[in-house]
Design a protein around this ligand. Structure first.
Ligand SMILES: [Zn+2]
Length: 154
């Protein structure tokens, strides 16, 4: 399942990407363009904008009611019954949505701080913005969130 979301749910976009879901973040005011892209690519629209939701036509959509990003994420996971698992964490660039590619630690060496290089074994790179990812400090927090999601949406 792939998504498209507007600016009303920016934090949720980040979380869907953390979970590994292909999510386009539509920042422009051109909402017709958004709906066109959703239709063309068969993406499910996620928004808090009731007007946009009403104008969705044939586009599949979810109108988010919660304000808190965790509760929003729960709404999406519950409604679409999308799988949540730790193996999918960090499979996608949080900035540009591109799927990450695993790279050799040697390749990361020049670009990450020394202590990161020495304390991590797995690195991946975004083919689009070239950003390097590793299972760093946020990882523990994110794993906790995933565990909570699994428990509360079971
Ligand atoms: Zn990127």
């Amino acid at each position: 399942m792939i998504f498209i979301a507007d600016r009303t749910v920016g934090k949720l976009v980040k979380w869907l990407r953390i979970l590994g879901y292909d999510t386009v973040y539509w920042r422009s005011d051109d909402l017709r363009g958004l709906l066109r892209r959703a239709r063309d690519e068969d993406r499910t629209l996620i928004t808090k904008d009731t007007k946009l939701y009403k104008d969705k036509g044939s586009v599949k959509a979810l109108l988010i009611r919660e304000d808190n990003p965790f509760l929003q994420l729960q709404e999406v996971v519950r409604l679409f019954r999308i799988p949540v698992n730790k193996a999918m964490l960090f499979s996608r660039c949080l900035a540009c949505n591109a799927p990450l590619e695993a790279i050799d630690p040697e390749e990361a060496k020049e670009e990450v701080p020394d202590y990161i290089y020495h304390t991590h074994q797995e690195f991946s790179r975004c083919p689009s913005c070239r950003k390097i990812y590793w299972a760093g400090t946020h990882y523990g927090h994110m794993t906790t969130v995933v565990e909570r999601l699994q428990k509360e949406t079971a």
